[in-house]
Design a protein around this ligand. Sequence first.
Ligand SMILES: [Ca+2]
Length: 188
Amino acid sequence: MGLRDYSTEQLLLGGAAIATVAFLGVATFGPGWFEPDPDWGVSDGCLGGLEHEDVGISYHYHPSLKVTINGNFIQIPANTGIDQSGCREGMRWIHVHNIPENPDFTTLHVETPDRMNVPVGAFFEIWEREGGPALTDNKKFDVNNNGVSDWEEYDITMKVNGEEENNYESFVMEDLAQIELSFNSKSV
Ligand SMILES: [Ca+2]
């Protein structure tokens, strides 16, 4: 190996090292770094029920959710995620119990056997307001349940505890997080 070749190799290695450092820099300081990867499978989980083995609940916490479409409050129905198809006589790992009169935010009960990153989109799937493969983009909001991704129909804003949040469907819910989603029809 001549000196010239060796230098080329060093240059290449140096370039690779710089690229690696740059990549790590983006991964470390990029906007997604602190956001955990969502566990999308949680929407298939079922507590009790006819078709699932009963497992102990290790984590039980309560984010809450408020949804408006063009400024109109949309009530998430009581018992969403309870005794539904695929989870008869059981409860999905994210579900709703009774609704108080005139709620502002609706309490979600997140109950999982292990610590999991439960994204808000998984609740939309349980609520059947999320695009499945047969309807529209998977894991996308479909709050009006028309089979068209809401990203094509609405300008969507999301706030968590009053602060703007940009992870939308992938936002991992924490205990007591107040999640507010506003869907506003795109002007034609
Ligand atoms: Ca839609």
